[in-house]
Design a protein around this ligand. Structure first.
Ligand SMILES: Cc1cc2nc3c(=O)[nH]c(=O)nc-3n(C[C@H](O)[C@H](O)[C@H](O)COP(=O)(O)OP(=O)(O)OC[C@H]3O[C@@H](n4cnc5c(N)ncnc54)[C@H](O)[C@@H]3O)c2cc1C
Length: 506
């Protein structure tokens, strides 16, 4: 099972994919959804080609809050089915398919003197309902602990940076946090490649039908046909450019990036209610690399869909103002060292984008092409299963049953825990592959800089095993150094050097 993706494999498999043979399934788009479809189909024994115009996780999948949700938010809006599905998929990720990439994260909602008793009770009732969802999804309590109320002292032990003036205590719940969303996509795509899928980045579908696509190799400009018995369009917010009968109404969500030290010690997610919007919160999300994300907004995004969405200064101000209501030391604009924004691929309907259903849809167009859109990162596996079922039915493909609920992703070691000698950071990012990432040259295992814990050895591994083809892939997708422009500038020469070393070997 060869799960390594790299430039040499891409070149070889692009020739195979475009030599006129008819694939069982062509997947367009390699965000979490398309990568999931490729894995689902390849692990059922289908011959799969999967392409992305840019890179793995180039689109919305790298701009998420990086949470494996238990579906509480859907429960609050009465969408019980989606809430249950989300809790089940979170459990699968945390216990079977990607326990190395998804950890339990405490979630703290502080209470202040003078605050509404009703809100306090509603918050705790919400956490209890989330725990009931966990139980219904059969996720063990050892994986996601019981919610409880915290006193003032305990609240400050979890989150010393919380505003202590008037603090009376907090509600504590738990949810799943991804070490990185783009890493999940890379792990899924590599697992698909291990099952024989041809995973090709920098290959754009110029047009597509139910029988194949006209594609352009974005590295050379050459055009080819990829014929296939079935085609799945998993291009997210770009889905309507290949399937004009689909109507999307993207909504933008923005996060801020700050150094965690600016918040004080916060070993948990902290919520602050958005004034005037019952049930809407801004939260701070601590990350492994010493940064914290603060999100998130929900703004209608006018067309056209850009390659990389940009946040507005109004969103930055709203996020800062709201989170500051919960902090002892308010953050200023100067504390914001980066921002990122993503577009939710929501299907068009009446109402505000905040009210649109987050449920996914599998739609077959007039040409027979199947589009899978909507949903969440957390529910990608279920979306993929539904899309492949539709493709198998439509094209009478000979395929086995779906096995992805039990298919461990690359790095999820079914044989047990990894060597305790390895650096925690590598184990948390690479799981069972951590030892392979370590370089024989000790200098390549040192952090790139004080604020950049990424090592040159990680960049080497991204080039040899994770399909990175250029500096942007290295800094913006395989690692997330690029979320902080100053850190990116520091790491760019190191990435360029790693790339040129690989190119001169090849
Ligand atoms: C701000 C924000 C926060 C979120 N937070 C969470 C969260 O915490 N948890 C959660 O579960 N969900 C979250 N979501 C939802 C989740 O991120 C998305 O539902 C999911 O990532 C969508 O993935 P996708 O694969 O469908 O689309 P994308 O990731 O956008 O992938 C589409 C891919 O198609 C490619 N493509 C486009 N056109 C072509 C073409 N013509 N040819 C070839 N390739 C093409 C693109 O390059 C891209 O890589 C969040 C969403 C947003 C916007």
């Amino acid at each position: 099972m060869n799960t390594a993706l790299n430039a040499a494999r891409r070149a070889r498999e692009l020739v195979e994919a475009t030599d006129g043979r008819v694939a069982d399934l062509l997947v367009v788009g390699l965000g979490v959804t398309g990568a999931g479809v490729a894995l689902d189909a390849a692990s059922r024994g289908l011959d799969v080609v999967a392409i992305d115009a840019h890179d793995l996780a180039f689109g919305t999948s790298r701009w998420s809050s990086k949470l494996a949700h238990g579906g509480l938010r859907y429960l609050a809006s009465g969408q019980v089915g989606i809430a249950h599905e989300s809790a089940v998929e979170r459990g699968i990720l945390m216990t079977r398919t990607a326990p190395h990439l998804v950890r339990a994260m405490p979630w703290v909602v502080p209470h202040f003197a003078g605050g509404s008793r009703r809100d306090r009770a509603a918050t705790f009732a919400g956490f209890l309902a989330g725990d009931a969802l966990r139980a219904a999804a059969r996720t063990p309590r050892a994986v996601l602990p019981r919610p409880r109320r915290l006193g003032r002292t305990e609240t400050l032990a979890f989150a010393s940076g919380v505003q202590d003036h008037g603090l009376t205590g907090a509600a504590l719940g738990w949810d799943g946090q991804l070490v990185d969303d783009a890493r999940l996509v890379v792990a899924i795509a590599r697992t698909a490649a291990g099952h024989g899928a041809r995973v090709l980045t920098r290959v754009r579908a110029v047009s597509a039908t139910g029988d194949g696509a006209r594609v352009r190799d974005e590295l050379t400009g050459s055009e080819h046909d990829i014929p296939a018995r079935a085609v799945v369009n998993a291009t997210g917010v770009w889905a309507d450019s290949l399937a004009p009968d689909i109507r999307l109404r993207p909504s933008r969500g923005t996060h801020l990036v700050v150094r965690s030290a600016a918040l004080g010690s916060m070993n948990c997610i902290v919520n602050a209610p958005v004034p005037g919007h019952f049930g809407r919160f801004v939260f701070s999300l601590p990350q492994l690399d010493g940064t914290t994300y603060i999100g998130l907004t929900d703004e209608p995004a006018a067309p056209p869909v850009p390659d990389v969405p940009q946040s507005s200064e109004q969103e930055v101000a709203l996020l800062l103002d709201t989170i500051n209501t919960a902090l002892r030391r308010p953050l200023s604009r100067a504390d914001v060292i980066g921002t990122y924004a993503g577009l939710r691929p929501l299907l068009s309907a009446e109402g505000s984008t905040a009210d649109l259903s987050r449920k996914h849809a599998v739609l077959t167009g007039s040409s027979g092409m199947i589009t899978v859109v909507g949903g969440k990162l957390t529910t990608y596996r279920r979306m993929a299963q539904d899309a492949v079922d539709a493709a198998v039915r439509r094209s009478s493909l000979t395929a086995g049953p779906c096995v992805t609920a039990k298919t461990a992703l690359v790095g999820a070691d079914p044989a047990g825990p990894v060597n305790g000698e390895l650096p925690d950071r590598l184990v948390r990012r690479y799981g069972a592959e951590a030892a392979e990432v370590l370089s024989a040259d000790p200098a390549r295992n040192l952090p790139i800089g004080d604020t950049v814990p990424t090592t040159p050895a990680e960049l080497d591994f991204a080039l040899s095993h994770e399909g990175a083809l250029d500096v942007d892939d290295l800094l913006d997708r395989r690692t997330r150094v690029g979320l902080v422009p100053a850190d990116r500038a520091l790491a760019e020469p190191v990435a360029a050097e790693a790339l040129s070393a690989v190119r001169s070997e090849g």
